[in-house]
Ligand binder design. Structure first.
Ligand code: FES
Ligand SMILES: [Fe+2]
Length: 440
């Protein structure tokens, strides 16, 4: 078995058009991924609107480690290790909230919101010891943090490119999202759908721009929604919401020819984006209001151009995916070789009609809710891939489709949604991170 046994040989696991099955199943590889990919690249933490005021915080896990994103008194944002400097307890337990200080429940150590240790009970007990209240090792250390247009990223270890360089061409999707807002701002509201997927984390990312699977995996929901939709139309009994939801489901039935017209861009560092195949902007009332608001900000021509651009999924490798058209934000947290947590948030265009936000929630319910009729189709496929990869009968996973046909431009490789080039691009980044020899 390449790569396992005589030590980890990453170069023997990845070829230009195929990958060895152990990258999805081997615990040693998974641990190295956490350390070398999630432990060293920029990871998306959250949006700044999730911590609106000084003391507002949001807890999460990055590379398996508990972290807390917190707004500082000067307006900046820090991402702290959520660990008490005394005996290691989680300091902040709630998902989100607001605090003047952080108190550890175990023995009462108190931290400022910048992570500095402020107070310990029984100070006299530390006299003459090596304990020093000003020593950062007793505080909650901060990770390197950078923000791009409100999107907060942290890097836990190592060094490398700054966030702007890391994002590269993928920035065009974030830029477009903000252009869609009449105020140039977005916010993340409420909490998320949180699902545990029964598969390796990479299987989820490899599905993001896969324009071939919908026709097979989603057949049952496409057939059912098409029938119901035409029934409602002929009886004139459906609502606009019914039509929207059924249309979203039916869109998975589009032909290979149509999928072939959808551009997929693959950028350095494993990122990618895909043009939309569901109609995200309509000529309905709320979007006409938005069109007028954008015209005031950008002029009519530019606002039409902004609204005509339609992205489906994008990926900032390895832990962020967005759907700008339907205002979704998704984070990925690998839990083990065969378990991955995916959280889905809705974003709001600040200043846009509320109806657009309501539609984003409706889209999330249709496509990503645990009770959705679409998501379980994908999960069944992911689970079967993970199960099938346990076999010893074949060792390689194919990424051959349209290999070598992608157009190579500066900082971007382009082909259609029928190509697996974005997967091959993810593995280029994977191999780069994983083969770094610095184990410090
Ligand atoms: S573990 Fe936090 S005060 Fe003891
Ligand atoms: Fe799917």
């Amino acid at each position: 078995m390449p790569g396992v046994g005589d030590g980890l040989r990453i170069d023997r696991l990845i070829e230009a058009d195929r990958v060895h099955r152990t990258v999805y199943t081997d615990d040693m590889i998974f641990r190295r991924e956490i350390k070398h990919i999630f432990g060293r690249s920029w990871l998306f933490v959250g949006h700044e609107s999730q911590v609106p005021e000084p003391g507002s915080y949001f807890t999460t896990r990055l590379a398996g480690q508990p972290m807390v994103m917190v707004r500082q008194r000067d307006g900046s944002i820090k991402v702290l290790h959520n660990r008490c400097g005394h005996r290691g307890a989680l300091v902040v337990n709630a998902r989100m909230g607001k605090a003047h200080k952080f108190n550890c429940i175990y023995h009462g150590w108190t931290f400022d919101t910048d992570g500095c240790l402020l107070h310990v009970p029984l100070e006299s007990g530390y006299e003459g010891t090596r304990f020093d209240i000003c020593d950062p090792q007793f505080g909650m250390p901060a990770a390197a943090t950078e923000t791009y247009k409100g999107f907060v990223f942290a890097r836990l270890a190592g060094d490398g490119p700054g966030l702007v360089d890391f994002l590269g061409g993928a920035r065009e999707v974030i830029d477009h999202l903000l252009e869609l807002s009449p105020t140039g701002r977005i916010e993340v509201r409420g909490n998320s759908f949180r699902s545990i997927y029964p598969c390796n984390w990479k299987i989820y990312l490899e599905n993001l721009h896969d324009g071939v699977h919908p026709k097979f995996v989603h057949t049952s929901s496409v057939v059912a929604s098409t029938e119901v939709r035409s029934g409602l139309k002929s009886s004139a009994s459906g609502t606009e919401d019914d039509d929207f939801v059924l249309g979203v489901i039916a869109a998975n039935g589009q032909s290979f020819g149509d999928m072939d017209k959808l551009q997929v861009n693959a950028y350095p560092n494993g990122h990618s984006s895909m043009r939309g195949f569901r109609e995200a902007v309509t000529r309905s009332g709320p979007f006409e209001t938005l069109r007028k608001e954008l015209a005031e900000r950008h002029g009519a021509e530019k606002s039409d151009e902004i609204l005509a651009r339609n992205w489906h999924n994008m990926c900032v490798y390895p832990n962020l995916s967005m759907h700008p058209g339907f205002l979704q934000l998704r984070t990925l947290t690998p839990l083990s070789t065969d378990r991955t947590m995916v959280e889905v948030w809705c974003m709001r265009l600040v200043g846009a009609p509320d109806e657009i936000y309501r539609r984003a929630v409706m889209y999330a319910n249709t496509v990503h809710a645990p009770s959705s009729v679409i998501k379980p189709d994908d999960l069944e496929a992911y689970q079967r891939v993970q199960a099938g990869l346990q076999t010893d009968s074949a060792q390689w996973v194919s990424n051959h489709r349209r290999a070598g046909r992608e157009e190579i431009g500066e900082g971007v490789k382009t082909d259609s949604a029928l190509s697996e080039h974005f997967i091959r691009n993810q593995y280029q980044a994977w191999a780069h991170y994983m083969s770094e020899t610095n184990d410090a």
